[in-house]
Ligand binder design. Structure first.
Ligand SMILES: [Zn+2]
Length: 447
């Protein structure tokens, strides 16, 4: 067989460089198949489609794809109260075929349970192999995973994906941060997977132990998940400097799968894995499709091959925009600029201005005089919204507090159009988070 050009650069050299027309034809074919599968095997989907007057055979064009009703997380919670326990009417396979249980780590409402068959689990590992290979992971890597292995899918799938690629995986499960750092040093681990908050927290801890991660450890790649930090330039730079390593982002969710990844070309965004997922962008207000670059919308996602609990036109509420240029890495998969920039739900109106919490993070993390920890609290004073930003000044910067405050207020006003009360706290006194950080607190009374 002839060698495919660039075979060493891509996990799947054929699919990752497929011409757009062929890629879209493949997606349409797979989409029809998964809709038919769900219609045949899940009571929930059959009812949903019948109520919309839709038969799977009706789907012939991309116009038809958009007629397929979307699924929201709230609907999943509802049907999971029905049989069979505990997954309910979305389950498409007999219970005995389910081999994996996970649940969403959502911060609001009841969690959604996620069943997977062994075939689905291999699909998860395949999706992670695309991610890791694109980020330069190879079978020579020894990857340390400092993750409290539990009911959340996050790094379980990274663990299996790494194994599938032939990497050596060190599960850093119940060890505490200090023991994890010593183990990374002892084993000369070359790569790490963790949330941005924890990556920064570990570096802090290492320095307090007299270990400089950039100088004394051999980590060259860090794969982030769980929070948007690795796509926020200031946070990414902090991590890269602290560890002397390349930091890469990926995007995924329990109900959907690992659907987007940064490549080593780092164009300033993440590729959508269009071989395994159909990603649609739509206008937040009108629901009309957005195919052109440069306009923000809401993502609607389909996992094209997942069988136990299909994810078809899932309304993710993630906000993103298509990038214009093809990526220099040569992949034909489209990429989204700046990654997922927020959640349609998280974007709140403060003093009449739309505010995305990630914009505050970008400003705070661009100040080297401040630590990585911060908190934002929105309250109501009389009729007016009031925003307090709590930050920690680095001990050696104690004399520059006033100038830091003035510049911080300026930068925040520039980036978010809002005025903040700044509270300085002693270094090390704000809460440290290991999982998803809850830095944004909206304490205004709900109407
Ligand atoms: Zn690329």
């Amino acid at each position: 067989m002839a060698q495919v050009e660039g075979a060493e650069r891509y996990w799947n050299p054929v699919l990752e460089t497929l011409p757009r027309d062929k890629l879209m034809a493949l997606q349409l074919k797979k989409f029809k198949k998964i809709v038919q599968w769900a219609y045949n095997n899940s009571k929930f989907h059959r009812r949903l489609y019948q109520d919309a007057g839709l038969e799977p055979g009706d789907i012939k064009t991309w116009e038809d794809v958009r007629k397929v009703p979307k699924v929201e997380k709230g609907m999943m919670r509802e049907i999971q109260r029905k049989d069979p326990f505990p997954y309910g009417e979305m389950l498409c396979v007999p219970l005995e075929r389910v081999t994996e249980f996970h649940q969403t780590s959502g911060t609001t409402g009841q969690a959604v349970y996620q069943p997977d068959t062994w075939q689905d689990w291999e699909w998860w590992a395949e999706a992670w192999s695309y991610i890791m290979y694109a980020q330069g992971f190879r079978d020579t890597d020894r990857i340390f995973i400092p993750f409290g292995y539990n009911i959340f899918v996050a790094y379980w799938a990274g663990h299996y994906g790494g194994e599938k690629m032939g990497c050596e995986i060190v599960p850093g499960g119940v060890l505490d941060t200090e023991a994890r750092i010593l183990k990374i040093q002892e084993l000369n681990a070359t790569a790490l997977m963790a949330t941005p908050t924890y990556v920064l927290g570990m570096a802090d801890k290492a320095r307090s132990m007299g270990i400089d991660p950039a100088r004394d450890l051999n980590i060259s790649k860090i794969l982030c998940a769980g929070e948007p930090g690795a796509s926020i330039p200031a946070t990414k730079n902090r991590m890269q400097e602290a560890w002397g390593a390349k930091v890469y982002d990926h995007v995924g969710a329990t109900e959907i799968g690992a659907w987007a990844y940064e490549c080593t070309a780092q164009p300033g965004g993440v590729h959508v894995n269009e071989a395994l997922f159909l990603v649609e962008l739509e206008d937040i207000e009108t629901g009309k499709p957005i195919t052109e670059p440069g306009r923000r919308g809401k993502l609607v996602l389909t996992a094209l091959d997942r069988e136990a609990q299909p994810c078809i036109r899932f309304d993710s509420k993630d906000v993103a925009e298509w990038a214009e240029e093809p990526c220099p890495c040569g992949r034909t998969f489209r990429w989204i600029k700046g990654g997922v920039v927020g959640r349609a739900d998280d974007i709140t109106k403060v003093k009449g201005v739309l505010l995305a919490p990630s914009a505050i993070e970008e400003v705070v993390r661009s100040f080297s005089e401040l630590s990585d920890e911060f908190e934002v609290e929105v309250t109501k004073k009389g009729d007016l919204d009031d925003i307090t930003l709590r930050v920690e000044l680095m001990p050696e910067e104690a004399g520059h507090r006033e100038s830091v405050e003035a510049r911080l207020v300026d930068q925040l006003r520039l980036k978010t159009n809002l005025r903040y009360n700044i509270e300085f706290h002693d270094h090390g006194t704000l809460p440290r988070y290991t999982l998803k950080a809850k830095r944004f607190k909206d304490l205004r009374p709900k109407h």
